[in-house]
Write a protein that binds this ligand. Sequence first.
Ligand code: ATP
Ligand code: MG
Length: 426
Amino acid sequence: MEAPAPATVLPRSRHPIASRQLSNGAQKVLRRLRQSGRNACLVGGSVRDLMLGRRPKDYDVVTDARPEDVRRLFRNSRIIGRRFRLVHVLFAGEVVEVSTFRGAPDPDAQRRSAGELLVTSDNTYGTPRQDAFRRDFTVNALLYRASDRAVVDYVGGIQDLERRSLRVIGDPNVRYREDPVRMLRACEFAARLDFEIEEETLGAAFAHRRDMAKASPHRLVEELLQLLSSGRSAAAFDWMGRSGLLPVVLPEVDEVSGPSSGANSFSNLARLLDERVRAGPEVPTAVLLSSLLLPRVVVGRDRLETGGARVHRRRLQQLVDDVVADFGERFALSAARRSGMKKALDTFQRLCEEPRSSRTVQSLVRRDAFGPAFELFALLTAATGGGAEALEAWRRRAETVPADQPPRAAPRRRRRRRRRPRRRHL
Ligand code: ATP
Ligand code: MG
């Protein structure tokens, strides 16, 4: 058997990571594991980001200690996961994830039919090298070793960091078939890090784009939320277009992307969402997900209102229901998420109309969905250049309607036929 290529080891003097840069929690976990004689390393996004001079989102630790041993070392910890058990060590404002080095998956434990590579069970422990080779991209597989503070690279990740290139570890054709979510992660990381996707990694995504249908919808939507809240979604959608994923994963975005869609172009909306994300505060999930559906809702409404026809409000709600139901089914969204999106988009539709009375204003402004709906309205206003005055009016109304006062008692309802079409701002 051929001997494996030696790892590249950068001693502490030859890489930019200083241990005091690590979060308190990460430092404590590494120290405690070391003190009990364990091998412990930082791994994944935190090493990658520190190498690039970026602030890590969170810290992952790998060790040769088993989950039960880690659990015993940290009072403030709990074991999670069924497929692969890991330990969450909880600190004030921080969770450090500790996993045991993983080995190659045991072929006997796989549930799959001939020709399928989807990994369904992988609860085997292994060496640091095996663990590195199971990871998705070379730049995500670097280790920062607590014992000597060296950066250890088994997969060529240091070179790829220097080239600013995102490359799947191993054969991307195999790795994507094992786990199609990796294709979406490639687009997300390339965008976030401002990297190129290496040629084979990109080409294989195109070849296997249809496998996205086999991916777990729950994981897909979590990756999608990461992508939308990264502040770099426009670039990620670009990569999804180039890799052929966009029409498969998000047809609603694909149909309004590209040069032919002109003012409707989604990249405009995505860029504005990115600005909003970067400006903070955190954008609610309902807004992130509903922004994907905004073009379908607006185009659908325009179609219904062709020729100035007055469309019954129930019909507009039905439009939102249909658009959300389709998306919700594809991504197996929880009832709570679907309902949040529906309420945000319904209320958004209402904000697009001139309110008929101060009572209407009060009841809309007091809705829980007013905030998300207002955000969607603001996004669309910025993207299309229309509706700025109405946006300002809603902002003023939201400031002047006291939040703690119950709405005035409704006067007795008199049924009146409305003949005028509702006036629309947007
Ligand atoms: P982020 O900055 O978003 O946290 P990250 O690289 O840490 O980026 P995570 O989703 O937190 O990404 O995953 C942690 C690490 O686990 C990754 O860096 C990678 O090494 C590994 N990993 C995650 N998902 C996969 C996957 N689908 N296949 C193989 N390895 C994965
Ligand atoms: Mg991470």
